[in-house]
Design a protein around this ligand. Structure first.
Ligand code: SAM
Length: 254
């Protein structure tokens, strides 16, 4: 770790990559051993509908998310969806089904092993209108105004510069486009020593920000109709402070 009290961006990115490349390898051989964003083991908590999962031949075990962002956005045939930090690809493949015919779903992820897993899941799902792109959520490899809906599941908290991620979401959305995200937030201030831990950053704890800060970043990027719902909270191993699972919705002005 560098001299600064919080870890450097490059250290954070490397720790996040390392964790998710390891999890991708585990999921590739044994999907039932999936973990949610902050846990070492145990399936995700998204509440995905069984019949939708059956359509793409996957189970919730492939998800490392903390919610189900596809529930937040009413996706319509013909629309273009972007998932920031697409992991094993579950939300992309579900979205692709919902925007068919005529629509397309993109996933962006920086971890090669995750992209490989997502593409393997796509091949077994038979979904054709989806693409997984290598890139960072701070610099999305898509054109301005090219997307109707940005979704994301438990990823923005992992970025050191959340403002950059939210400005990218705004840039790639068309006028009137929707932001529909599940993420972890800080509900009660976490101790400094927790904020400094790279393992807890990669585990979706240390990088969380308070709801008001998140709301402020969305509004400063230009989003309107910002709505945040924290639907579950939990403590951190007997330490002070609490984090929560949240749904965040906003719109780019028409
Ligand atoms: C907690 S997992 C969530 C994956 C997926 N959204 C899901 O719900 O299963 C975080 C994912 O985001 C990716 N990721 C984290 N930070 C990223 C960044 N700055 N740019 C691109 N991908 C990132 C990781 O590689 C990993 O696949």
């Amino acid at each position: 770790m560098g001299c600064a009290s919080i870890p450097l961006v490059s250290e954070i990115r490397e720790a996040v990559k390392e964790r998710y490349s390891g999890l991708a390898k585990q999921l590739a051989v044994k999907p039932a051993a999936g973990a949610s964003c902050g846990d070492e083991a145990g399936a995700c908590c998204g509440g995905y509908a069984g019949e939708q999962l059956a359509e793409i031949g996957l189970t919730e075990a492939v998800s490392l998310g903390c919610g189900n962002p596809t529930l937040l956005a009413e996706l319509r045939p013909g629309e273009t969806v972007l998932d920031l930090g697409s992991g094993g690809g579950l939300d992309v493949l579900l979205s692709a089904r919902r925007v068919s015919p005529g629509g397309h779903a993109y996933g962006v992820d920086m971890t090669d092993e995750m992209l490989e897993l997502a593409r393997a899941n796509q091949a077994s799902s038979g979904v054709e209108n989806a693409s997984f792109l290598k890139g960072t959520i701070e610099q999305v490899p898509l054109l301005d105004g090219s997307v109707d809906v940005v979704i994301s599941n438990c990823v923005i908290n992992l970025a050191e510069d959340k403002g950059a991620v939210i400005r990218e979401a705004f840039r790639v959305l068309r006028a009137g486009g929707r932001f529909a995200v599940a993420d972890m937030v800080e509900v009660e201030t976490l101790p400094e020593e927790v904020k400094r831990r790279l393992d807890q950053w990669a585990g979706c704890i240390s990088g969380t920000i308070p709801v008001d800060t998140y709301r402020g970043l969305l509004e400063s990027a230009g989003f309107i109709a910002v709505e945040v719902e924290v639907y579950e909270t939990r403590g951190i191993d007997g330490q002070p402070g609490k984090i929560g699972s949240a749904y965040l919705r906003a719109r780019k002005p028409a």
